[in-house]
Design a protein around this ligand. Sequence first.
Ligand SMILES: Nc1nc(=O)c2c([nH]1)NC[C@@H]1CN(c3ccc(C(=O)N[C@@H](CCC(=O)O)C(=O)O)cc3)C=[N+]21
Length: 286
Amino acid sequence: MTILDGKALSNKIKDEVKVEVEELIKEKHITPGLAVILVGSDAASATYVASKAKSCKNAGIYSVVHEMPDTITQEELLETIKRMNENPSLDGILVQLPLPKHIDTTTVLEAIDPLKDVDGFHPYNVGRMVSNLDSFLPATPFGVMRMFEEYGIDLVGKNACVIGSSDIVGKPMASLLINAKATVTVCNSRTKDLKAQTLASDIVIIAVGVPHLLKADMIKEGVIVIDVGINRLDTGKLTGDADFEDCKTKSSFITPVPGGVGPMTIAMLLKNTVKAAYLRETRESK
Ligand SMILES: Nc1nc(=O)c2c([nH]1)NC[C@@H]1CN(c3ccc(C(=O)N[C@@H](CCC(=O)O)C(=O)O)cc3)C=[N+]21
């Protein structure tokens, strides 16, 4: 059994990004810039945003966190995005999710310039991703794919089960696996026999937000378990959607929580920001 060490791998990627940023500065005189919009005062969101800002700073990426109260109107938010779209020194724009209920998330995400869409949530990038064209890839599934690559995990012909069909994780994850020639099943809360699906799978990727949903009796010997869940228990401890101690007894590879997929998400966001900075000249000639 091998633990997929997302923490260590994310540090390696962050070092790569640092070098890429130095090159951009030296050769093109561009310092990559990321704008993060944070609406409201959710504690978890604020923590993630602070962590993103810190990682940017360490990598030499300029970042601004634009905080807005949850009383803001949708129009004010759209106006802010428009200004950021037009600001040439901001290469990436990220609107931290979830947004307050009175704001329509789709409208907001569609307002971001697709060439600055470092989250890869704009329909333009979603469409390109599904069509296997070059695009910004959503950071979490992108990070999972990078983990497979680094640990030499071959996806061709594998049965992969994605549990959870969100726009942010499940759907893009399924797309990337399909493009990698895996055979993909996507399950959701209405799936009739989840255990039948997981037992038939070589790879199980779970992203549902239910602590310890995946147990050893649901997986076959030698399975690869990717746990995207991050749940804070009453004790304050973080735990995943898989019962790690139980599932590891049958897994060939498994990600821990914390220290698995989470840190990869931030590393791939930095990668996407560098990619956006390389597009700066393309944007300006449009
Ligand atoms: N527009 C947008 N883009 C996002 O990418 C986005 C978002 N909204 N909203 C919230 C989710 C969540 N997310 C995480 C990033 C890092 C960790 C991470 O680094 N987790 C650490 C632990 C962190 C801790 O100790 O709390 C770990 O798993 O080891 C987790 C979760 C990005 N998200």
